[in-house]
Write a protein that binds this ligand. Structure first.
Ligand SMILES: *Cc1c(COP(=O)(O)O)cnc(C)c1O
Length: 365
């Protein structure tokens, strides 16, 4: 079976270094808020070429903390509206609703699967405080118009960069495009820890200070609590793993791009819609999705041929049981995408034989 994502194989490449890193942390006797996390923040800042990084417990917390900090700063208030793509992973929306802010779901376009730039302005009201851009599937979601709208309506731009670390637009890295960004290092992400981890990046020093305190019980000084914070810290052991793996992210991204380009050039089947062309820097191929009318049939055909696929994602956020207030919304593009997408295996450890086999099997379908 060709696995959708072989995490064991991915991490085995670095096992010696990972064991060394873990041993160092175990022997240090220091497991939180220590030098591994400090080092990781510095490494991430260097990778990003700008901004300040705050290591946190996971990607959802990274996004939650950004909104929470803007509320503490008085920039956002309960009930304010946040524009967000309807086609996203549920965490983008949870980060908004968790802070009693109101998500305004905007349709993506079928070309990029990201926010439809032409639909944003008509969704802006006097209550809109931010646009959350999600670089979904690893494809950069950016346009000059975001900056224009942010300026015109005094909005913050928050990037959900969980899927697109390493991508860039005009040489600016994702995570540096807006006012603040959330990163996820969930094991299956392009930079994956061996457990949960996340980070925020921002150039805003005041925001950074507040997020740092909020992630540590709302305390910047031990036993002095300025905010009602959370416990959302990155473990030293995860930071140590990430310090090893970050060194290989660029070469892994190149591997992903090679596989994506092979798929794009060689999959030829009228029943399958491929992702549209994009500038190389603007896609890190977190997932490679295709669309088809009868997904279940294609998925079982692939399983019969020993190829595992996944669906990102089968149910859109507005149709989830946890959001009854959104269930009646009609978002046809989003619903179509959720009905038709199928994610092919793509990872830095796939062999060319595996990739060729997948193409061959798809072309015979
Ligand atoms: C993974 C992901 C998150 C959440 O990250 P976790 O580390 O799993 O909490 C948020 N947004 C998107 C788009 C994601 O893919």
């Amino acid at each position: 079976m060709i696995k959708f994502l072989d995490l064991q194989k991915i991490n085995n490449q670095y096992s010696e270094k990972l064991i060394e890193a873990a041993t160092e942390v175990i022997n240090s006797g220091w497991y939180l808020l220590g030098k591994q996390v400090e080092k990781f923040e510095e490494n991430l800042e260097n990778f990003q070429k700008g901004g300040n990084a705050i290591a946190v417990a996971n990607g959802l917390d990274a996004l939650r903390l950004i909104f929470k900090a803007y509320i503490e700063m008085g920039i956002m208030n309960e009930g304010d509206e946040i524009i967000v793509p309807a086609n996203t992973y549920i965490a983008s929306i949870l980060a908004i609703t968790d802070n009693n802010l109101v998500p305004v779901l905007v349709e993506p376009d079928l070309e990029t699967y990201n926010l439809d730039i032409n639909l944003i302005e008509k969704n802006i009201t006097s209550k809109t405080k931010a646009i959350m851009v999600v670089h979904l599937y690893g494809r950069v979601c950016w346009h000059e118009k975001f900056e224009y709208l942010a300026e015109k309506y005094n909005l913050k731009i928050i990037e959900d960069n969980a899927q697109a670390i390493g991508g860039s637009w005009n040489n600016i890295k994702t995570g540096n495009l807006g006012d603040a960004a959330g990163f996820s290092f969930y094991p299956g992400k392009n930079l994956g820890a061996l457990g949960d981890s996340g980070a925020v990046t921002t150039k805003d020093i005041e925001l950074e200070k507040i997020i740092r305190a909020l992630a540590n019980y709302g305390s910047a000084q031990k036993y002095v609590n300025q905010y009602q914070g959370l416990n959302s810290r990155m473990d030293e052991i995860q930071a140590a793993f990430l310090n090893v793996k970050l060194n290989f992210l660029n070469s892994e991204t190149q591997q992903r791009r090679k596989i994506a380009s092979f798929y794009l050039n060689n999959i030829k089947n009228d029943k399958i819609t491929l992702p549209s062309e994009t500038i190389e820097d603007e896609h890190v191929w977190h997932v490679f999705i295709i669309r088809t009318d009868d997904r279940e049939k294609l998925q079982s055909y692939l399983i019969e041929n020993e190829i595992q696929t996944l669906v990102h994602y089968p149910i859109p956020p507005h149709k989830q049981v946890c959001y009854p207030q959104m269930n009646a919304l009609s978002l046809p593009v989003t619903e179509k995408i959720h009905r038709e997408v199928l994610s092919l295996p793509i990872s830095p450890v796939m062999t060319i034989e595996e990739v060729k086999k997948i193409v061959e099997v798809l072309n015979k379908y």
